[in-house]
Write a protein that binds this ligand. Structure first.
Ligand SMILES: [Zn+2]
Length: 887
C-alpha cells in the first residue's frame, strides 16, 4: 500500500516516456495465494524521450523472482528492485526484451486493485494504477502496447478463462488438472485497460452484426444460477451498440465482447478492452429483485462502458490529468443514449438532480478542483462528479455553442485524427475549433477553473417602448488555490413566455446596445462571455415570464429576480419541460428557505396556497407524462436545501421546514394524489420500459406525499402495496414509505423484507441503505446494531456503501448536533483504510460540506477530521482527502 508520503504530480511537469513498450507477452498461472506472472516486454527507446535515460518500471508491493534482459541475467548494481520500482540504470540504446517474473497473492488483495478474488473468481482492476500490482511496468496511459495473454488455471477451479481481445488458442495441459487460454488484443492499449478473469461462472450468449457486417459474439458471465438476470443487460448492450453506429458512426472492432459481473468491486464498472468487468449491481436484474431505477442504471452503465471502446480505449488519455477527456465525454454519450431510449426531459431532470446533489457541493467546498486538475497526490481521488458529470456538462455546452451539426463533424474529426493516440483536452477541442471556425480559447477555462459560477439574471419591461431588457451577470466564488476567477463562456438558452406561448426573440444588431446575433435569436442560445451582458428584446406586447437556462444549458447556479407569479406561469406553461420542473423547484426552495428562517426564529411557518394550487394542476395533468409529473411533485431534498442555504446550515431546521411543507401539501392534495395513485394501478405484467416505469414512479411519489400528509392513510396504502406488490419497484417503494413512519408496522415490514430477500445480496444492500437514511435520532443506534448484523461486512464495497454510505448521506443524522455521526464515519474510515484505501477515501468525502454547517457542528466535524488526520500510517488516498478537507 502506498502511504502518505506521496509526492504531488503536476500537469505542467508532463514529459513523454523515455521508453516505449510495443509488445507485452504475459504468462499468468493462476493460484489462490501464489499466482506466477511472467511478463516479456518488448521495449525500445522513445525517440521523443531522453536518450540513455535509466529505465524505471512502476511496481506496488511487488518483488521479482527473475529479471532477464534479452534472455540473460542482469548484474546486481545494474538493476535495482524494490516493491515500488524496478530500475535499470543503463539499458541498451536499441530495442530489447525484458523478462520479469513476479508472484502475487490474489486472496490477500483487499484493496481490489490489481489481481484479486471476488467470490470464487479471479479478476482484475487496473485503472488507474493497478497493473503495477501485477507486474513491473511503465504504468502510465501514454505507453500503448499490443498484448498477448496466456492464462492458466486449475480446470475445476476456473473453467472459464477470459482476457482482452480475441481468443486464439485454448486447451488442456496434458498430464495435469490444469488448462489454459491465449488471448490476443491487436489494438495497442495502455496497461490500465488490461484485464483477465478466471472462474467457475455461468453465462449467456448472443451475437451482434455491425453495420459493416462484422459478426460479434457477445457474452455475459455471472454467478451460476443468475444467468436469467443478465438478459436485460444483454438487451441494453445490443441497443447501445446499434445506437453508437447511428448517433456517432462508431462500430465495434473485435470478434468478441464479454462482460463479467463480480460482487466485490470498488467502482461501477470498468471498460477493459473487449472484457468489461462490472459491479454486479449494474448487470443483474429481474422484476422481483431490481427497481426501475436499477434497470435504468444498468442500461446507462452498460452503455457507458461500451462507449468507452472509442472514447477511452481507441483514443485514450495522454496522462491522468486528461481523465475528463474519456469520462466527461463518455458520460455525455451515455446520457444522450438514455435520453434517446427514454424521455429526454425526464432524463435531463434526473441528471440535473444528480449533478446538483454530488458535484455542486464538491465544487463549493474544500475538495473543489478543475474539470482538468493541475495537480494530484492520489489519482484514485479524482474519479469525482466534477471529472465525470461536470465534464459531461462541458461537452453539452460545447454542442450548444457550435450547434449539433458542427458538433458531429468535430466528433468525426476527433475519431479520425486521434484514433490510436493518447490524447489531450487540447487535441479534442482543436477538432471543434477547426470545424466550427470558432476560437475556443476562452471556452477552455471550463477545464481550468473550478467552482460553480453564479448566473444572475435581472429583467425590466418597458410598457411604452414594448421592450424587455434582460441583464445577465456571471461570477464565481474563489476555490482552493484559485482566488481570482475569469469570465467563462456560458451558453444561456432562453425563452420569453407570454400568455399565448413563446414570444419571438428580436434584438438590435449585435454591435448595438442590447443586441444579439441572428444566430442567437434564431437558436434561443445567447452567449455570456463577459462579466455582464444586456439583451434588449423588441416588440414585446406584454410583460413576459423569462425562462432562463432552458434545458439547464450550463452547470451554473441561477440567481433569478423573477416574482413568484412568473415562476407559477412557467410551472404551468413553459414549453421547456426542464424549466417547468425548475420553476416548481425554485418556488419550493424559496418557500422552504423562508420557513427555515422562520423556524430558526422560533416561529411556525405558514402554508402557501398558491404553490399547492400549482402542484394540483400539475397532478391533474399527470396522464400526459407520469414520469415528468413524478419529478415535478418531488420537492427539493434536504441536501438540496442545505446547498441552497449555503452557510450556517442547520439540518434540523431544514428537516422541519421540509416535513411541514410536505405535510401540508400531502393533506391538501390528497384527493388528487389518490386519484392518480388509483388510476395508475395495473395488473399488467412488469415491463421496465420508460412509460411503465414512469407510471410506477408517479404512484410511489404520490404515495410518499400522501403519507407525509396523513401517516395513517399512507401507511395503510403502503402496507397493502407492500404485501401485494409483484415487482421490486412497488415493493421497495412501499417499504421506503413505511420506513419513514415510526412504529411496529415499520419494523415488521423491514423484517419481512429481509426474510424474503436474505439470499440476494443486491436486495439486502437496499435493505441496509434504506435504514441508514431514516431521519430520526434512533438511526444512529440502528446503524450501530446493523454493523453487528451477520450480513454486514467491511470486505464488500457495495455493502459498506449501502449502510455506512447512506448514513453519511443522511443530512440530519450524519450532521447530528452532538457530533456522533461525524465520529462514526471517521471511525469507519480509519477501520477501512488499512483494508481498502480507495473506498475509505471516498467515504471521507462525506465531510466535503462541513464548513457550510452552523458553528457547533463545524467544531465537531473538524475534531473528527483531525482525529483521522492524526492517525498513524494513513494511506495516500485518505491523507490527501483529509488534508484538503482541513486546509
Ligand atoms: Zn467511464
Amino acid at each position: 500500500m502506498r502511504t502518505d508520503t506521496a509526492q504531488p504530480v503536476r500537469l505542467s511537469e508532463y514529459r513523454a516516456p523515455d521508453y516505449l513498450i510495443d509488445h507485452v507477452d504475459l504468462d499468468i498461472r493462476l493460484h489462490l495465494s501464489a499466482t506466477h506472472v511472467r511478463a516479456r516486454l518488448s521495449i525500445r527507446p522513445n525517440p521523443l524521450g531522453r536518450p540513455g535515460a535509466p529505465l524505471t518500471l512502476d511496481g506496488d508491493g511487488l518483488s521479482a523472482t527473475t529479471v532477464l534482459l534479452d534472455g540473460g541475467a542482469l548484474d546486481l548494481g545494474v538493476i535495482a528492485i524494490g516493491p515500488e520500482r524496478l530500475t535499470i540504470a543503463e539499458p541498451p540504446r536499441k530495442a530489447f526484451e525484458l523478462t520479469i517474473d513476479t508472484i502475487v497473492d490474489p486472496s490477500a488483495n483487499t484493496q481490489l486493485m490489481g489481481l484479486y478474488r471476488s467470490g470464487s473468481a479471479y479478476c482484475t482492476q487496473c485503472e488507474a494504477e493497478g497493473f503495477r500490482r501485477i507486474t513491473y511496468f511503465l504504468d502510465r496511459p501514454d505507453v500503448l502496447s499490443v498484448y498477448t495473454t496466456r492464462i492458466e488455471a486449475e480446470k475445476a477451479q476456473a473453467p472459464v478463462l477470459l482476457g482482452n481481445g480475441n481468443l486464439v488458442e485454448s486447451g488442456d495441459i496434458p498430464g495435469s488438472s490444469r488448462h489454459y487460454a491465449i488471448w490476443h488484443d491487436p489494438h495497442p492499449k495502455p496497461c490500465y485497460l488490461f484485464a483477465l478473469v478466471g472462474g467457475d461462472l455461468g453465462s449467456i450468449h448472443d451475437a451482434f452484426t455491425t453495420r459493416s457486417g462484422r459478426e460479434v459474439k457477445l457474452g455475459i458471465y455471472v454467478e451460476h444460477g443468475k444467468e436469467s438476470r443478465a438478459a436485460y443487460a444483454m438487451d441494453a448492450l445490443k441497443r447501445c451498440m446499434r445506437w453508437d453506429e447511428e448517433a456517432f458512426g462508431r462500430e465495434y472492432d473485435l470478434d468478441v465482447f464479454n462482460i463479467v459481473a463480480v460482487s466485490d468491486f470498488n467502482m461501477g464498472a470498468m471498460e477493459n478492452k473487449g472484457l468489461n468487468v462490472f459491479n454486479d449491481k449494474y448487470v443483474l436484474a429481474l422484476p422481483g429483485t431490481a427497481t426501475d431505477l436499477d434497470y435504468a442504471h444498468i442500461e446507462a452503465v452498460i452503455a457507458h462502458e461500451y462507449f468507452h471502446n472509442w472514447t477511452g480505449n481507441r483514443i485514450t488519455c495522454r496522462d491522468w490529468f486528461q481523465l475528463c477527456l474519456k469520462e466527461g465525454l463518455t458520460v455525455f454519450r451515455d446520457q444522450e443514449f438514455s435520453s434517446d431510449q427514454r424521455s429526454r426531459p425526464v432524463k435531463r431532470i434526473s441528471d440535473i438532480r444528480a449533478l446538483r446533489a454530488a458535484q455542486f457541493p464538491e465544487d463549493g467546498g474544500p475538495l473543489a478542483h478543475n474539470v482538468r486538475p493541475d495537480t494530484y497526490l492520489e489519482i484514485n481521488n479524482f474519479y469525482t462528479p466534477t471529472i465525470y458529470e461536470k465534464g459531461a456538462e462541458v461537452i453539452r455546452m460545447l454542442k450548444a455553442l457550435i450547434g449539433a451539426e458542427a458538433f458531429r463533424r468535430g466528433m468525426d474529426l476527433y475519431f479520425e485524427r486521434c484514433d490510436g493516440m493518447a490524447a489531450t483536452v487540447e487535441d479534442f477541442i482543436a477538432c471543434f475549433a477547426e470545424v466550427s471556425g470558432r476560437d475556443l480559447a476562452q471556452f477552455m477555462r471550463w477545464y481550468s477553473q473550478a467552482g460553480t459560477p453564479t448566473l444572475k439574471a435581472t429583467s425590466a419591461y418597458d410598457t411604452s417602448a414594448r421592450t424587455f431588457t434582460l441583464t445577465l451577470a456571471q461570477s464565481t466564488a474563489p476555490t482552493p488555490g484559485q482566488p481570482d476567477k475569469q469570465p467563462l463562456v456560458i451558453p444561456v438558452a432562453l425563452g420569453l413566455v407570454g400568455s399565448g406561448g413563446d414570444l419571438p426573440l428580436t434584438t438590435p444588431a449585435p454591435h448595438e446596445d442590447g443586441g444579439a446575433s441572428a444566430r442567437e435569436c434564431a437558436s434561443g442560445v445567447f452567449e455570456l462571455a463577459t462579466e455582464t451582458r444586456k439583451l434588449v428584446f423588441h416588440d414585446i406586447a406584454e410583460r413576459p415570464a423569462p425562462s432562463i437556462l432552458r434545458g439547464f444549458s450550463a452547470p451554473v447556479k441561477l440567481d433569478l429576480d423573477s416574482p413568484a407569479e412568473d415562476l407559477l406561469t412557467l410551472a404551468a406553461r413553459d414549453t421547456d419541460l426542464v424549466n417547468r420542473w425548475q420553476a416548481i423547484q425554485t418556488s419550493a426552495n424559496r418557500l422552504l428557505a423562508a420557513s427555515v428562517a422562520t423556524i430558526r426564529m422560533g416561529d411556525v411557518p405558514a402554508p402557501d396556497a398558491r404553490f399547492a394550487e400549482a402542484l394540483a394542476s400539475v397532478i391533474d395533468a399527470f396522464a400526459a407524462d407520469p414520469a415528468f409529473t413524478a419529478q415535478a411533485i418531488s420537492l427539493p431534498t434536504e441536501a438540496d436545501m442545505a446547498r441552497e442555504i449555503g452557510v450556517d446550515v442547520d439540518p434540523d431546521a431544514i428537516h422541519m421546514a421540509r416535513r411541514e411543507l410536505r405535510r401540508s401539501l400531502g393533506l391538501q392534495l390528497q384527493p388528487q394524489l389518490l386519484k392518480a395513485y388509483e388510476a395508475l394501478s395495473t395488473d399488467a405484467p412488469y415491463s421496465p420500459d420508460a412509460r411503465s416505469a414512469g407510471a410506477r414512479a408517479l404512484r410511489n411519489t404520490a404515495l410518499d406525499l400522501i403519507a407525509a400528509g396523513d401517516a395513517r392513510t399512507g401507511a395503510d396504502i403502503a402496507m397493502r402495496q407492500f404485501q401485494s406488490a409483484h415487482n421490486m419497484t412497488d415493493q421497495f417503494g412501499a417499504l421506503a414509505v413505511l420506513s419513514m413512519i415510526p412504529g411496529d408496522q415499520r419494523e415488521q415490514a423491514l423484517d419481512a423484507f429481509y426474510r424474503t430477500h436474505a439470499a440476494d445480496h443486491l436486495v439486502v444492500d437496499k435493505w441496509f441503505a434504506l435504514q441508514g437514511l431514516i431521519p430520526e435520532a434512533s438511526t444512529f443506534e440502528r446503524v450501530q446494531t446493523l454493523m453487528q448484523h451477520h450480513a454486514f461486512t467491511y470486505a464488500n464495497p457495495n455493502r459498506l456503501r449501502s449502510l455506512i454510505g447512506s448514513f453519511a448521506a443522511n443530512l440530519t443524522q450524519f450532521h447530528a448536533a452532538d457530533g456522533r455521526g461525524y465520529d462514526l464515519i471517521a471511525s469507519v474510515v480509519l477501520e477501512m483504510d488499512s483494508r481498502n484505501p480507495q473506498v475509505a477515501a471516498r467515504l471521507l468525502g462525506a465531510f466535503r460540506t462541513w464548513r457550510s454547517m452552523e458553528a457547533g457542528r463545524r467544531l465537531h466535524a473538524q475534531a473528527a477530521l483531525q482525529r483521522v488526520a492524526e492517525a498513524q500510517g494513513l494511506s495516500a488516498d485518505v491523507r490527501d482527502i483529509v488534508d484538503r478537507s482541513l486546509a
